[in-house]
Design a protein around this ligand. Structure first.
Ligand SMILES: [Zn+2]
Length: 425
């Protein structure tokens, strides 16, 4: 066992259960959004609603009843659409300067993103950001992050070297090498001590290790977020191990090919000859359905011009697989693998991911919005708190000036953002 002692990060573990921003601060004033059209996955489109917010939560959603007495602020919602706060289910926000990270988080929140799932970085930085978000020192999306468990070949990866600066090779408690010599119980306990919501399973693990790590993480109350290809484990083995989420739709193609020992080949599947609608991929979809796995396709990160035919084909293939999984009833979460840059006139890339789901994967605009709200909430494991507009849920909401169900690009028409019942824009 090569990892550092767990006590280094024990204080950070408190963060995993930390409340959202609103509850850590003074309660915002009660708010009534009057006569608004409510849009979410479970409820569809509900016109002429009054939505009452109190103590950071949604108190009630009911048909507009004119003007009753009310002790708080009233926002006129006529001509506006109210949707749940957006969730980017795949970001990496802890890898620049603190100043840049704070700017990005604020910008993302103002762009409608009220929660993010960070899929690996320097957990020292992420824990620091999360602590500042929870106490209200800085503003941004609620942040959920991982500790990484990966096969030893990943120790050579320059991204890992950069994220673990200051530790000896393989000794960072948030990027832990896993092989058959590892004490998995201890490794997962160390991972939990980093304040992570989940372990991320990545690179060069076999089915036995995926299974052992998943069982132990679940036993400690951690979520398990995996890549869809972790050679030599096959995608169906990863799914049947009971991981909660798999990322990157195109990589499931490896179910139809022999495992390669080189995990860096994961992005270069045979997209020319393995059909997304064939039998092998049918087994992958069936495993997702059987296990209730959430799919995080990350179409955005594959959307790039390139001379390389594999790169060109990959997006289309991933979208075709996502379409098939969605039709079979698999929960899809909108993740970008790149939250975006805080530039003037730019919005977070989760808006692009929704557009790609509609344009390439056959989603209706409402289905795409559901992927970017309830789908993300399910991926993180907080669907009891966020992802739809219902009494008792956190008041994380976005007001839109145009109907997102007729055109998904209307999620860009942001008229207001509310997080934890507090207006942030
Ligand atoms: Zn990623």
């Amino acid at each position: 066992m090569r990892a550092s002692p767990p006590q280094i990060f024990v204080a950070a573990a408190l963060l995993a259960a930390a409340p959202n921003l609103a509850r850590a601060q003074e309660a915002p004033p009660a708010l009534r959004i009057h006569d608004v059209t409510v849009v979410d996955g479970p409820g569809g489109v509900r016109p002429h609603q009054d939505v009452m917010l109190r103590d950071g939560r949604i108190e009630s959603v009911s048909p507009s009843s004119g003007t009753g007495a009310f002790d708080g602020l009233v926002v006129e919602g006529a001509g506006l659409w109210l949707v749940p706060g957006l969730v980017d289910a795949h970001v990496h926000v802890g890898d620049t300067s603190r100043e840049e990270e704070e700017r990005t988080l604020r910008w993302a929140l103002e762009g409608g993103v009220t929660s993010v799932r960070d899929m690996a970085g320097d957990a020292r930085r992420l824990a620091g950001l999360k602590a500042s978000l929870v106490t209200g020192e800085i503003v941004g999306p609620a942040l959920y992050y991982v500790a990484l468990l990966a096969g030893p070949p990943f120790l050579e990866d320059p991204r890992l070297v950069a994220a673990t600066r200051g530790y000896g090779q393989g000794e960072a408690p948030f990027m832990i090498p896993l092989d058959h010599e590892t004490d998995v119980v201890r490794a997962v306990a160390i991972a939990k001590g980093t304040g992570a919501t989940a372990v991320k399973l990545y690179a060069a693990l076999d089915a036995d290790l995926v299974g052992a790590a998943t069982r132990e993480a679940h036993a400690l109350g951690l979520r398990v977020w995996a890549h869809s290809a972790i050679f030599p484990a096959k995608p169906v083995e990863i799914l049947d191990a009971g991981v909660d989420v798999v990322s990157h739709a195109p990589y499931v193609i490896w179910e139809a090919a022999p495992a390669t020992p080189d995990f860096t080949l994961r992005a270069r599947g045979d997209f020319e000859h393995v059909p997304a609608d064939g039998e092998d991929m049918g087994r992958v979809v069936a495993a997702m359905v059987r296990n209730g796995t959430v799919l995080d396709p990350t179409l955005f990160v594959f959307d790039r011009d390139h001379d390389d035919p594999v790169v060109r084909r990959r997006l289309e293939w991933g979208a075709a697989f996502t379409r098939r999984a969605h039709r079979a009833g698999v929960t899809v979460a909108a993740g970008t693998d790149g939250i975006g840059r805080p530039l003037a006139g730019e919005l977070p890339n989760v808006h692009r991911e929704m557009e790609l789901l509609v344009r390439l994967a056959g989603f209706t605009p409402l289905d795409a919005l559901t992927a970017a709200t309830l789908g993300g909430a399910r991926a993180i494991g907080v669907e009891d708190r966020i992802g739809s507009i219902a009494a008792g849920k956190d008041a994380d909401l976005v007001l839109l000036a145009a109907d997102p169900t007729v055109d998904v690009t209307n999620t860009r028409r942001i008229a207001g953002v509310i997080q934890g019942g507090r207006r942030v824009r």
